[in-house]
Design a protein around this ligand. Structure first.
Ligand code: COI
Length: 360
């Protein structure tokens, strides 16, 4: 039992939205449930005022520090409906812990892990009818922490608002579980050593949009980021971590401060080790990837993320050339990982790692 008391103010029936029944039309992140969870922090009271309330516009001063200095960090996790209609969260503690690390990087105060968990669980339980039934669909949960002090000086904040939204979603990419086309970005960078790359903060995503727009205009799904110093080492894809299978070994760049420590990344590493697939976290240059492709040693490449799950890479665009990977088809390793992960998430398969937790 959690020590956190959460008051619930229910949305009046006549203000509730119809719950969508067609999972194929959900897309990603456009629709939100009727309620959200929120609580506040100030130096005098600590974390307090934990409530689930009808979703309306935020009560936030226009001088709030988040609006001026980008003092915002967030998370993304999902609740899944299993056969028999029970609802389960996947590794929520990892998200709560990462929120703490992201917040610390921006000198922000994160909610305690147990408060994060209590808020998420209570909200998902209240909104359980919104957890989609359709295959490949889930309830995406977006915990968000913002600095709410009305203050224009530049200093760490003293007041925070933590809130959690829920959004029923289908696949992140409109094409679903299909190979993506990824453009290697050679000019813009996502993160520098000593910067905020490993924090899940809105500014990292804002700074990525120019490259993402250019990639889209050139016919690609997303960008692949290279390191900021030498523009050689592979870092991550726009919304996911990246893995390559070369000579039968699976390689992903190590977490060194510039890469987001993805929960799905960690789950994939654990699954691969569990299956005795050779795997290593090591730096790899884009030239090594291309050489492996030219020599027929690059088996597969795929991204991993909560929103994107496993997203196979079918094409890598680099310096005007398109490098095709696994004939632009979903490879066996991507498929096996996708099946294993979603099997655990939807309770179709045993959960040997104890990653899932039943909510209701
Ligand atoms: C996630 O995978 O949960 C993300 O946060 C990626 C993106 C939608 C921002």
């Amino acid at each position: 039992m959690s020590e956190w008391k959460i008051e619930i103010e229910r949305c009046p029936e006549d203000r509730r939205q119809p719950i969508p029944t067609d999972g194929s039309k959900l897309g990603f992140g456009r629709l939100f449930t009727d309620h959200y969870f929120r609580c506040r922090f100030d130096r005098e009271h600590g974390w307090h005022d934990a409530k689930i309330v009808p979703r309306t516009a935020l009560d936030l001063d226009p001088a709030a520090m988040v609006l001026h200095y980008g003092l915002e960090v967030f998370e993304g996790l999902k609740a899944y409906r299993a056969e028999g209609d029970s609802v389960h969260l996947f590794r929520w503690r990892k998200n709560a812990e990462r929120l703490q690390r992201s917040a610390a990087r921006l000198e922000m105060e994160a909610p305690p892990v147990e408060l994060f968990g209590a808020g998420v669980r209570a909200l998902v339980e209240l909104e359980k009818d919104w957890v989609p039934k359709a295959e490949g669909c889930s309830l995406y949960i977006r915990p968000t922490l913002v600095a709410s002090d009305p203050f224009l000086g530049v200093r760490p904040a003293d007041e925070f608002l933590f809130y959690v939204l829920c959004s029923p979603v289908g696949a992140y990419y409109a094409t679903g579980f299909q190979p993506t086309r990824i453009l290697v970005e050679e000019h813009d960078v996502r993160a520098v050593e000593g910067g905020t790359g490993e924090a899940k903060t809105g500014g990292n995503y804002a700074a990525s949009l120019r490259a993402q727009r250019k990639a889209k205009e050139a016919g690609y799904t997303q960008v692949l980021w290279l390191d900021a110093k030498e523009h050689r080492y592979v870092e991550e894809v726009g919304t996911s971590n990246i893995f390559f299978e070369i000579d039968g070994k699976v390689i992903t760049p190590p977490l060194g401060g510039t890469i987001l420590p993805g929960v799905t990344r960690d789950s994939v590493l654990q699954l691969l080790k569990h299956w005795d697939v050779p795997v290593s976290e090591e730096r790899i240059t884009i030239d090594e990837v291309l050489k492996a492709s030219e020599e027929g040693r690059l088996g597969e490449a795929f991204g991993t993320g909560t929103a994107a799950v496993i997203s196979p890479v079918g094409v890598l665009g680099y310096r005007g050339r398109d490098i095709r990977i696994h004939d632009e088809k979903v490879g066996p390793l991507s498929q096996r990982l996708y099946d294993a992960l979603t099997g655990i998430q939807y309770q179709r398969e045993p959960d040997p790692f104890e990653w899932t937790e039943k909510v209701c």
